[in-house]
Design a protein. Structure first.
Length: 196
């Protein structure tokens, strides 16, 4: 089983996270940020990842530290669970419609972590959630996963649909990228022989 457990404690957050890449999409998520709970729950379901997240964060300041640090922990969990990445497809993509929103995500577990977002969100908040934290989350996630991640909005007007489409699209792209390629199950998917 490709699994990982992460515990990260700082002066701003205390996070415990567990991940099973070969799960059934089950989740138990308590971040202190209701909208992020919703996004991570659907991320787990659409990626078929079993995910447990518990975060005690300084949300009386705002949601920034919690969202970013959860992204860090989730990225580290993916990195740990994938190990040397032997046998994975490595690449995945998904163009996902969410009503009027259409979001394209493409992922490469290259070892070079970076997020490239073209995701204009038309409101500053969804409920009480600051929408600028979407970029903070994905940036921290990609950097710590060793993942090259592109997310692009092809169309969209409703902020909730745009962000939900992004999380679902990324989850499905990652589901494809981390899957084992039966034709190359014992190979590192790189001519360099490493994806560190």
């Amino acid at each position: 089983m490709r699994t990982a457990e992460i515990h990260r404690e700082t002066a701003e957050t205390d996070i415990t996270l567990s991940l099973n890449l070969d799960g059934a999409g089950e989740s138990a998520v308590q971040t202190g940020l209701g909208f992020l709970d919703h996004m991570l729950t659907l991320f787990a379901r659409h990626g078929r990842f079993d995910l447990r997240v518990h975060c005690k964060g300084d949300t009386w300041v705002d949601g920034h530290h919690s969202a970013e640090d959860i992204g860090i922990c989730l990225g580290k969990a993916f990195r740990d669970a994938l190990g040397d990445k032997r046998g994975i497809f490595r690449y995945g993509d998904c163009a996902l419609p969410m009503d009027e929103a259409l979001i394209l995500s493409a992922a490469d577990f290259s070892g070079r972590g970076a997020a490239y977002l073209d995701l204009p969100i038309p409101t500053e908040k969804i409920g009480s959630f600051d929408t600028e934290l979407v970029a903070e989350f994905f940036t921290a996630f990609a950097a710590n996963a060793g993942l090259t991640l592109h997310i692009r909005m092809l169309s969209g007007k409703n902020a909730h649909h745009i962000v939900e489409g992004a999380f679902k699209s990324v989850a499905r792209a990652l589901r494809r990228a981390v899957a084992i390629d039966p034709a190359c199950a014992e190979e590192i998917p790189s001519t360099k022989g490493t994806l560190e």
